[in-house]
Design a protein around this ligand. Structure first.
Ligand SMILES: Cc1cc2nc3c(=O)[nH]c(=O)nc-3n(C[C@H](O)[C@H](O)[C@H](O)COP(=O)(O)OP(=O)(O)OC[C@H]3O[C@@H](n4cnc5c(N)ncnc54)[C@H](O)[C@@H]3O)c2cc1C
Length: 369
């Protein structure tokens, strides 16, 4: 079977990796668009505190979390050793223990339901969070959970793609359009050249909406700009800091091994494909995050990234074969949680593309809904 994957973000790279494992001949096409979400993604992997409480989404994201360790072990065995993924734990922070009660109840509920990956849950009095993440306001209280992870989405994406290419996947550069004959997708065209395929996996992130329009398939999907800042705190040993998820607002902080702290992010619904850094966006992230972590005000502002999240209208991914279009599998719409669910969504997309029954029920994610 010949399969083409459009888009080499975290979803497309994973789809290619799994397709070749399932025996397909695979080509991946990417156009290096400005605003690629995977490159900008923060890297918080903590599905149990997610804003999205939909039952289907929870099932998907919990399964995706459980899928990560085995996948990373397979990538390591294939020689991909540069992945940054660490179980550093997470901290929900607020002004009082009372404010954090709903978080504690939610986590305890997950544990009661057998979601043991949440790990140890511990309530911290005022000042406790600052001992784990020294830049925080000393008045903050917190709830610590040991199961949360942080990763570099780009390192996972690159590892998946490199491993796929080592197994024979062809990587092409260029802007793809879908080729159709009646209701059937027969391949893609890049720079006028036709590449035929038995199945096309569309994993072009927010841009998937444009690729589907000529098929009269209107995806309920839009680009949402996210601006995110990378700070440097020279000489600080940041490798073990937990990820910080405030209950006071919608912003977050996380640290990486190289004395780097990432703070974010804007959620600019209606931005369209405008991937600029804006004065207002940077001011917003700095204002909100420095309020939680005033100790970072003297850090170096090292880098600003911008990504376009592929946001579906209802917060669920768009995954599966769209009704009325043959030989196409859509794998996008992962919005704010694509680094968490992307590798697993890529696997499910590959299962669907080769005609297997996906290992979890994806009925709620039909792309044409
Ligand atoms: C600021 C920010 C912070 C985030 N933080 C987190 C987080 O902490 N945790 C989490 O789980 N998720 C997070 N996310 C979400 C996550 O990053 C995204 O959901 C995920 O990266 C989407 O991956 P993707 O592969 O679908 O899309 P993308 O990474 O955007 O990849 C799509 C690819 O398709 C290519 N493409 C587009 N059109 C074409 C075409 N016509 N031909 C060929 N190629 C094409 C593009 O070049 C691109 O490489 C964050 C996102 C942002 C923006």
């Amino acid at each position: 079977m010949k399969a083409i994957v459009v888009g080499a973000g975290i979803a497309g790279a994973s789809a290619a990796f799994h397709l070749v494992e399932f025996g397909a001949e695979v080509s991946v096409i990417d156009n290096n668009a400005t605003g690629r979400a995977t490159l900008a993604g923060a890297g918080i992997i903590c599905p149990w505190l997610s804003h999205n409480r939909d039952r289907h989404y929870q099932e998907l994201s919990f399964a995706a979390f459980r899928y990560y360790p085995g996948l990373l072990a397979r990538l390591a065995a294939a020689g991909q050793s540069n992945i940054e993924y660490d179980l550093v734990g997470g901290l929900a922070v607020g002004e009082s223990r009372q404010q954090l009660d709903p978080v504690v109840r939610r986590l305890e509920n997950h544990l009661t339901n057998g979601v043991k990956e949440v790990g140890e849950v511990r309530v911290l009095d005022q000042g406790g969070p600052k001992r784990l993440f020294p830049y925080l306001d000393s008045r903050l209280a917190g709830v610590y959970l040991s199961g949360a992870a942080r990763l570099s989405g780009e390192s996972v994406r690159t590892a998946l793609l490199d491993a796929a290419c080592a197994s024979g996947v062809e990587l092409l550069s260029g802007e793809a359009v879908l080729e159709q004959s009646g209701k059937t997708v027969t391949g893609i065209r890049i720079d006028g050249e036709l590449i035929a395929a038995d199945v096309v996996v569309l994993a072009a992130g927010a841009w998937s909406v444009n690729l589907c329009r000529p098929l009269r398939l209107e995806l309920a999907l839009e680009a949402q700009r996210g601006q995110i800042l990378h700070l440097k705190v020279p000489d600080a040993n940041t490798g073990k800091y937990p990820v910080i998820v405030p209950v006071l607002n919608d912003y977050y902080l996380l640290a990486f091994r190289d004395s780097r702290i990432v703070i974010g992010a804007t959620r600019e619904t209606g931005s369209g494909f405008d991937a600029r850094v804006t004065a207002g966006g940077v001011a917003e992230v700095l204002r909100e995050c420095l309020e939680i972590a005033p100790g970072l005000s003297t850090a170096t502002l090292a880098e600003i990234r911008v990504g376009l999240r592929p946001m579906s209208n209802d917060g669920l991914p768009l995954l599966g074969r769209p009704r009325g279009v043959d030989r196409l599998v859509v794998a996008t719409g992962m919005g704010r949680y694509g680094l968490t669910v992307g590798p697993y969504v890529g696997r499910l997309a590959a299962q669907i593309a080769v005609g297997q029954t996906p290992e979890i029920d994806v009925g709620a994610f039909t792309p044409e809904r």
